[in-house]
Structures are given as structure tokens and as C-alpha cells.
Design a protein around this ligand. Structure first.
Ligand code: GLC
Length: 426
């Protein structure tokens, strides 16, 4: 591809996947609006259509529930190509949505959109839109602080593997064991009719996903009851780091808008996270890991999410040095960083979804964090590897860290968006 070709191809993907105000991750496999996908997609649109970038996030927030909850899928239009669809979730909301959330990247993206508008002298044109978005983002983060951090420990407790956005990470295997799958019943998956099942979660994993959906539904999607009774309650290192980062960005937006009380409230969440997040440090593996809140047990897995501590703005010499050592060790084992699972782990599989493949969006967060924390060499390695994967193979859902083969859906929106957001100056 010539240097301009990927840029044009990436734009074409976002345009083709645009369904009018929102973008589907991939027309066949994921035909609805996904929460954190849209947050990244907005960054891609911002490179060539600022107006459309803001709309992506505004549309997502139109699906927010009254208690501040922001769903992981919005089913704006029905589509038989996906399971489990609206009737399985049974949330009874308008628009029809799922009943779990996803990593809160949106506030970070909105800050980026705002800064990019200001940098080109368009800040005043977008101020009213920022003012309208801010209370909604604040309400969502407040929902996190109560319903997903109900013990006020500064963590995000995921109630479903899908909530983490890293669906079949091995971190959820042991915490998933107590989930009773005996009453799940028969169902027909759609993902494995679009894609090779070797790239997808297993039947047991899917049974657990559905059992958790059925449990949530049985509570009438009562988030307080789910917090108290859900059979799966894991403090996810990815979401915890992402929320800490997003709160820093939300606080910056509050200051920008002169909202002192709100800035103070957000600061309180940041302080709480800075005090509590150390619980996710695993001394045995010397890394940041997810931890089961029901048993207190660390997953012990080094995943790509472990490297988000830099993005979260955490710094401490001993832990940073340990994470850098993990980075260098893993970088020496693969052609393309950062595999979603440590390749030294016996469960590593180079094409199975979140058990090995490289995901552009996670790399973008890792690279951004490393650059911000003064580590340009590792930041460049992550960025260069990510861009090279796209140059060689196009815009896949994920890629093999060993040989770069694309896996999952092709023409994938958030991958194309990361190209646009990151390839500047390429
Ligand atoms: C998969 C991914 C999730 C993503 C969704 C849509 O479920 O694991 O992170 O949001 O697809 O792309």
C-alpha cells in the first residue's frame, strides 16, 4: 500500500459502517452500536469529520438509563445476525439495550475531541456540545462509583466477561467456575457461523455468558441486587485502569467548564482509586492482574491490560520497572506487541480472541500511556507494530502477535479508527 492508501481505506471503512449517527463495529458480526467501540471510532472520525465524531458519542449517550448506566450494546435496529439479541436481554428500555456496560473510554475520547477542536480554533463552536455531554459522562462515572465499586475500594468490579470488553480472557476462567450453566437451555450462536470457531470463545464460555445474562434479567437488571448477588464479581485490571484514566480526563473537563463541585467529586474517585488499586498488584508474578472479589484470588495472568497502569497515570519505581521488564521479555518473544496474553503462558493461542491476539485499541492505550509517562522507545515499538499490522494485512478485528495474520472480522471500525488517530505523520 502507498502511504496514503491505508488512510483512504480506513476512512472508507468508517463511512461504510456508519448507520446514520452511529457506527457498527462490523456489519456482519456486530451489527449494532457498541459502547467502547464508539468511543474509539469517534477519534477516527475526528481526523476527517469533526461533526460526525461528536455525533458518535452523543448517539451512544442517548441510550443512557436514568440511573446513569450506559449499556454495552444499543440495538437501534433489529438484526438477526447477532446472538444474544434484544429479546434475550429483556431490559425493556427504549432504545433497546443490553444490561451490562463496557470499559469507560468515552470521557477520555471527549476530552481528545474537545482539545482537537480547540487546537484548530473551533473550541467555541463545540462548547455547548461539551456542556451537554459532561453531565451525562459524570452520571455514568457516578454509576460506576456506586454500582461497580459498591465497596468503595477504587476498583471496577465486572459483573460479566463481556463487560470487561476482553470477553474470553483466561482471567475469567476460575472466577467463572461457580456459574451454574445447567439451566441455560438450548441456543444457536451466530458468531461461529460468521467466523472460524477456533477464533472464538468456547461453548462452556458461551454458556457462562448466557447464564449471567439470565441472572441479570431475573433481577430486572437491578444493579444493586446484581452487585450483591451476581455469581461473577471480578475486579478487572483493565476497567479499573481505564476508569482511573477517564476520571482524570473528566476532572480536566470539569475544570475547563468551571464546574468546581463536580471536579471535586471526580477528584474523590481518583483519590479512592489511587489508594485502592494496589490490591490488583500481584507480588508473585510481579504485575498488575485482575482479582476475584469473591475469593480474593489474583488471576496471576499477565495480559495486555496489565500494561494499562501507565495510561492510568500510575507511577512507582518498583512496579514500573517490573512492568517494563515484562514488556521487554514479551517483546522479545513476538514479532508484534502486545499480545492479549503472555506468550509464555501455556494457554496462549495466537488466533483465539483475547487469549493471544493483538488488539489495536488496547495497543493505542498502552502506547499513549507509555509516551505520556516518558518511555518513548517502548511507546514507539507499540505504535509501529500496530501500524505495521494494518499496513500489511488491512483492518482486522485482531492480529496474531507471531505472524501478523488478521483474525476475527475484517473491515473493523475501531481498528480503522486507531489507524486514523495514530498514523498522523506517518
Ligand atoms: C467483542 C469484543 C469487545 C467489542 C465487541 C464489538 O465482543 O471482545 O471488546 O466491544 O466485540 O467490537
Amino acid at each position: 500500500m502507498s502511504p496514503n492508501e491505508p488512510d483512504a481505506a480506513a476512512r472508507a471503512i468508517l463511512k461504510a459502517n456508519d448507520r446514520g449517527g452511529y457506527t457498527v463495529p462490523n456489519g456482519r458480526v456486530y451489527p449494532f452500536q457498541w459502547n467502547w467501540d464508539s468511543a474509539f471510532v469517534a477519534l477516527g472520525f475526528d481526523r476527517f469529520d469533526r461533526e460526525r465524531a461528536w455525533t458518535e458519542i452523543e448517539t451512544l449517550l442517548r441510550a443512557q438509563w436514568d440511573d446513569g448506566f450506559l449499556p454495552h450494546i444499543v440495538f437501534w435496529k433489529d438484526d438477526p445476525g447477532y446472538f444474544p439479541g434484544p429479546s434475550v436481554w429483556g431490559t425493556g428500555k427504549q432504545p433497546v439495550t443490553s444490561g451490562i456496560t463496557q470499559p469507560p473510554v468515552a470521557a477520555t475520547s471527549v476530552r481528545k475531541l474537545w482539545e482537537s477542536a480547540k487546537a484548530t480554533g473551533e473550541g467555541e463552536r463545540y462548547r455547548a456540545r461539551l456542556e451537554a455531554l459532561f453531565p451525562k459522562l459524570l452520571a455514568w462515572h457516578r454509576w460506576f462509583a456506586t454500582c461497580r465499586d459498591f465497596e468503595q475500594r477504587g476498583l471496577v468490579v465486572a459483573m460479566h466477561p463481556w463487560e470487561t470488553g476482553r470477553d474470553n480472557s483466561p482471567e475469567w476462567d476460575v472466577p467463572g467456575e461457580p456459574i451454574d450453566v445447567s439451566k441455560v437451555g438450548d441456543y444457536v450462536r451466530r458468531d461461529t457461523s460468521h467466523l472460524d470457531s477456533k477464533m472464538r470463545p468456547t461453548k462452556l464460555e458461551y454458556d457462562r455468558y448466557l447464564a449471567l445474562v439470565q441472572f441479570g434479567r431475573s433481577t430486572g437488571w437491578d444493579h444493586a441486587r446484581i452487585a450483591a448477588e451476581n455469581p461473577f464479581r471480578v475486579a478487572d485490571v483493565g476497567m479499573s485502569m481505564i476508569l482511573l484514566r477517564a476520571n482524570r480526563d473528566l476532572a480536566a473537563l470539569a475544570n475547563e467548564l468551571g464546574k468546581c463541585d463536580e471536579a471535586g467529586e471526580v477528584r474523590g474517585w481518583i483519590d479512592r482509586a489511587e489508594r485502592g488499586i494496589g490490591w490488583l498488584w500481584d507480588e508473585d508474578v510481579n504485575a498488575w492482574c485482575s482479582r476475584d472479589t469473591l475469593t480474593g484470588r489474583s488471576s496471576g495472568f499477565v495480559t495486555s491490560a496489565s500494561f494499562l497502569s501507565f495510561y492510568a497515570g500510575l507511577s512507582g519505581p518498583r512496579r514500573d520497572a517490573a512492568m517494563r521488564a515484562h514488556f521487554d521479555r514479551i517483546a522479545g518473544m513476538v514479532e508484534f506487541v502486545m499480545p492479549s496474553l503472555d506468550p509464555a503462558d501455556p494457554g496462549f493461542q495466537m488466533i483465539r480472541y483475547w487469549r493471544g491476539p493483538v488488539w489495536a485499541v488496547v495497543n493505542y492505550m498502552i502506547g499513549t500511556g507509555l509516551a505520556e509517562m516518558g518511555d518513548p522507545d517502548r511507546a514507539n515499538r507499540v505504535r509501529e507494530d500496530t501500524l505495521e499490522l494494518m499496513r500489511r494485512n488491512g483492518f482486522y478485528e485482531a492480529y496474531s502477535p507471531i505472524d501478523g495474520t488478521g483474525s476475527g472480522g475484517d473491515d473493523f471500525s475501531w481498528t480503522a479508527a486507531i489507524w486514523l488517530a495514530w498514523a498522523d505523520g506517518d
